[in-house]
Design a protein around this ligand. Structure first.
Ligand SMILES: Cc1cc2nc3c(=O)[nH]c(=O)nc-3n(C[C@H](O)[C@H](O)[C@H](O)COP(=O)(O)OP(=O)(O)OC[C@H]3O[C@@H](n4cnc5c(N)ncnc54)[C@H](O)[C@@H]3O)c2cc1C
Length: 436
């Protein structure tokens, strides 16, 4: 008798290096790829009342789904789309299609874990199983020289231990065929932005940071940043910039939705180094991907403490939750030009540079003495590249309740502006746009 499995796509919207896909295909005759637009992420609000997923990320996800569907269809498969509560829909689908089990990438943070646990229980009652695979990180946790419970808290120590001992595994190729069972199943259409209450994208800044969702665009950006432009050659010197598209890789939204695999980036980087030579900059991109893995490991090690006011360090703080002060920050009306320009950029494009994020977070925590979670939740809502581990991990770090060995990470805005926006070009772009 033939066997069928459901492959539940989550934050892994790609067909290259997709271990859930590969594992399911290796054990079953047919696979049914499914994505659930979960109401809890797309329609609900954060604890401070912001939409959990704002306009820019919603748009990116919908585009990524169109692209994933095309890529699956080109291999003889399909993508079944549903809206609602993931665990209910998936167990109903497993029953309806007679699928033996569901494969998915394992997530590490509270809301995602709750969903996968609920699904596991309901499948269990049906005599079916949930199989977890991994797909987010550069390294396999099982290859690390320490158990997750003992990952070094200090980044430098973690980096040194990994670099000297652990190899990045090769990414998986795109499977040649992905047989879809001969059953009648409504595939479901990709919803529109209007279905989520958004009208159109407001006129963005003239800088036009345009992120196209999907694996195809993600792989194009990888090719652009390395082979097409050689921008990677100078990355270490440009990465703290503010202006334009080219100062950093811009891989983050594609990494966050899983349109790009970190192992694929690494492989391309190594091929690039072999052909064009390695330097500090090519190394530095790998170094930044290590930060991404590190925050994911910290999330696993410290669990829900990542989201607590006292953070993973459990440090009590006296802070305010004044909504008026918060709105001044969020709307970019503090009167501090660099902070306001960064916040305007976030509001207009869904993106902000790493340096900008550090500066506005430091301002919210140190200058306004606000609860860091207000800033983190606002980022969660607006960021096109939102990732729970990277976002809450970095906020913990900057709020002084994470694992930063430096006690007082304060960003002096005047000196930051002088160093990174010496001619005030960035400030002018966003502040003038905001008031024009
Ligand atoms: C307060 C705050 C919140 C943040 N929230 C997020 C978030 O929700 N999602 C997210 O992907 N990044 C987050 N970051 C990290 C970082 O700002 C972005 O990854 C980066 O700006 C994305 O641009 P890029 O892809 O051009 O980065 P590049 O400089 O080109 O770096 C390459 C990749 O390395 C990873 N990376 C780089 N810096 C970091 C870092 N500090 N932490 C974790 N990964 C990193 C990213 O995946 C990035 O795409 C946050 C940083 C701060 C200070």
């Amino acid at each position: 008798m033939s066997s069928t499995a459901i492959v539940w796509f989550r934050n892994d919207l790609r067909v290259h290096d997709n271990e859930a896909l590969i594992s399911a295909l290796s054990k079953h005759d047919f696979i049914i790829p499914v994505y659930i637009l979960d109401d809890r992420f797309l329609k609900e609000k954060t604890s401070f009342g912001f939409a959990k997923t704002g306009l820019f990320r919603t748009k990116f996800i919908l585009e990524a789904l169109q692209d994933l569907r095309q890529n699956l269809e080109s291999k003889g498969s399909s993508l079944i789309l549903r809206q609602g509560i993931a665990e209910h829909i998936l167990s109903d689908l497993a029953k309806e299609t007679n699928a033996q089990c569901v494969y998915c990438n394992r997530e590490r943070t509270f809301e995602e874990i709750t969903i996968q646990d609920n699904l596991e229980k309901s499948l269990w009652k049906l005599g079916k199983e949930l199989h977890y695979v991994r797909g987010k990180m550069l390294y396999y946790t099982s290859d690390l020289p320490f158990p997750v419970s003992q990952v070094p808290d200090v980044f430098t120590q973690y980096r040194k231990e990994i670099e000297s001992t652990t190899r990045v595994r090769e990414p998986y190729d795109v499977p040649d065929v992905m047989p879809f069972p001969e059953i009648s199943l409504n595939r479901g259409e990709v919803p529109s932005l209007a279905d989520y209450g958004f009208t159109t994208i407001e006129k963005g800044s003239s800088e036009k940071l345009h992120f196209q969702g999907g694996e195809t665009a993600g792989l194009n950006q990888l090719n652009y940043y390395l082979w097409k432009t050689d921008l990677i050659q100078n990355y270490k010197n440009t990465r703290n910039g503010f202006m334009g598209w080219d100062y950093s890789s811009k891989f983050s939204p594609w990494l966050s939705q899983g349109c790009l695999s970190p192992k694929q980036i690494y492989r391309e980087l190594k091929l690039y180094e072999a052909e064009k030579g390695a330097n500090e900059s090519t190394y530095w991109l790998y170094f930044e991907l290590l930060w991404r893995d590190y925050f994911r490991l910290m999330a696993k090690k410290y669990g829900n403490r990542l989201f607590y006011k006292s953070g993973i360090r459990g440090k009590k703080q006296k802070v305010s939750a004044d909504m008026n002060d918060f709105k001044i920050w969020a709307n970019g009306n503090t009167g501090v030009p660099l902070v306001d320009a960064c916040m305007q950029q976030l509001n207009q494009t869904g993106f902000m540079s790493n340096r900008g994020r550090q500066i506005v977070a430091s301002f919210l925590v140190n200058d306004l003495n606000l609860d860091w979670r207000m800033g983190a939740e606002y980022f969660e809502s607006l960021l096109i590249d939102y990732d729970p581990c990277s976002n809450y991990g970095n906020w913990n770090y900057l709020a002084g309740i994470g694992n930063d060995p430096r006690e007082d990470r304060y960003f002096n805005i005047a000196s930051q502006a002088k160093k990174y926006d010496p001619n005030g070009e960035f400030v002018q772009l966003y502040i003038n746009e905001a008031f024009s």
